[in-house]
Design a binder for this molecule. Structure first.
Ligand SMILES: [Fe+2]
Length: 136
């Protein structure tokens, strides 16, 4: 199910919240692209866009965590790497089997729903760390 960005997903860091909203957008574009609503080449374009958006976003987060000496950086990076592995697998299956409702649902699961869980379970932790440090 497509979900709209909501304030409950905010980690109270503007730059990262904005990128998370963009991540939702990239995820929805991928879903629609797989369902063929945006024309023939939309799947490849949407995968490329999703991957590039995630790379840019993760770079921002990683720099932010380094800057604030977040102790959970290494574990967090593993989550980002796992995201790309699942996206690669999806792309592979799309090339082999062609677009389908099942693969569109899986795309949503590994991007939009993954992000929602990742914000709550991982991003919230570095946000709390930064807040605690700021308060000394
Ligand atoms: Fe993250």
């Amino acid at each position: 199910m497509l979900k709209d960005w909501s304030d409950v997903y905010s980690i109270r860091i503007d730059e990262i919240d904005e990128q998370h909203q963009g991540f939702f957008g990239a995820s929805h574009q991928l879903y629609e692209g797989i369902l063929g609503r945006d024309g023939k080449n939309a799947v490849v374009d949407a995968i490329v866009f999703m991957r590039e958006y995630a790379e840019k976003h993760f770079r921002t987060e990683e720099a932010f965590m380094r800057k604030h000496q977040y102790p959970g950086l290494k574990e967090h990076l593993l989550q980002h790497a796992a995201f790309f592995r699942r996206l690669d697998e999806l792309e592979n299956d799309l090339m082999i089997f062609g677009p389908s409702q099942d693969l569109a649902d899986r795309a949503l699961d590994i991007t939009q729903d993954w992000l929602i869980d990742h914000i709550a379970d991982e991003d919230m932790l570095y946000a709390l760390h930064v807040k605690a440090r700021a308060e000394g």
